[in-house]
Design a protein around this ligand. Sequence first.
Ligand code: KIV
Ligand code: ZN
Length: 537
Amino acid sequence: MDESGVSTDKNRVWIFDTTLRDGEQSPGASLTSAEKIDIARQLARLGVDIIEAGFPAASPDDLEGVRRIAREVGTADGPVICGLARTTHNDIDKAWEAVQDAAKPRIHTFLATSDIHMKYKLRMTREQVVEKTREMVAYAKAYCDDIEFSPEDGCRSDPEFLVEVLSVAIAEGATTLNIPDTVGYIVPNEYYDLIRYLITNTPGGDSVIWSAHMHDDLGLATANTLAGLMAGARQAEVTINGIGERAGNTSLEEVVMALRTRPQTYDLHTNIDATQIVRSSRMVSNYTGMPVQPNKAIVGINAFSHEAGIHQDGMLKHQSTYEIMTPESVGLSQSNLVLGKHSGRHAFRVRLEELGYEMDNDDLNQAFERFKKLADKKKNVTDADLEALIADELYGPEEVYHMEGLQVACGQMGMPTATIKMRGPDGDTQIVAAIGTGPVDAAFQAIDKIVQMPNTLVEYRVAAITEGIDALGEVTVRIRRDENGRRTFGGHGADTDIIVASAKAYISALNKMLTYTGYADHAPEGAAATVKVGAAG
Ligand code: KIV
Ligand code: ZN
């Protein structure tokens, strides 16, 4: 670092994580403010340099979410906390209001520069865009030293015009210039050339950090980002699991591990603690309700499995035959049989700590109870089982409704019937029964009778976490509230019984919906009854 705090290490890449902003714009991803805080804390643990915490002008909730992150995660030794703003006074005011309490605040403002966007979206001339950039970067700079400017749709903009706009942004005090491929159109050699051209030709270009922000519409986001870094960009804008608008953004884990695995090619390094990658990936997947595809690089469930006989044989002889990085290096534990039914609370806690999970006593006790039940049913409790088991304590939404018991009768001879016992927000317990088209439908109908929150099930998936007939089943559901229903809410549940896992997942999604919409206002009929037994078709 020099005296102004700017890094003098020319090979250092700044990781700018936009999971909570561009990532949260993914269709279907919605996060409560408690979840955003948890993710921000995890991103800090992972070692990201900048967290783009949201778009504060979007709504009072968004502003509040960014403000909480600025206060709680943006400490002096923590990451820079950034808020996004269009080039308007109101957006910049709101962004500053949200980030000002961070020890290291940043305002990120953007304005489109491509002919297509200027003509059809902004209805502005080039001159007007240059003037707006001048005015609004100066306006943001009056609040904050650290200013990022993005020419939106930069990769479809005229490079000479970009030079003009960017030189104005630098003159007004922008410290980071981000060149986004907003529509995922560019290819790596073009992006390399564009970044080299801009760095070389923009007056003042050697005094700022250049940044790559790519979308994955052609599956080239990581390749383009690496090309940008090769060309001299030193900030990579990424999201966990590559979530984001449409086909998503560049994924953090891919860029970080490419730099790490190929040092001779890139000779670049980041501050990321790669052993936190898998944990971050699972947290983001659980909270957003967006599963990670099995063959996803680095974090997919198959990323380190070797199926073909020849590969397995090679692996047994030497790991390097078929693995270019180790699972441990990204935080995936290889140990298989960890605990059994005779393991005590101490061993349970120690193993969780080895896996990197810290829990308070209450959460640990609840998780231990579930572990004991699981160990009774399942001989080999693996690390993956353990992680699924504690997911509720670690990532679960606030528990508005809690399932105390579920009994289901199904089969070909009768009507599938579910009887459920649930505790509500006021502590009262209800028991109801319902008939459905199948056991899952019956369980969901019974839950609906208690919670009374009209919704549509938009996704239901079951997966086995581990191998074998006694594997834990993991269910993901996503629901949409019937009235006012653009947002969807995801829930997860794991159990050896997939009907129980399904009920847990559905209740978890409902709890999230209720927390998000404010369950204090939600007073289902009959919720006050202490024990209510009903039946319905
Ligand atoms: O993709 C994009 O252009 C953006 C900008 C706001 C940087 O997300
Ligand atoms: Zn974007």
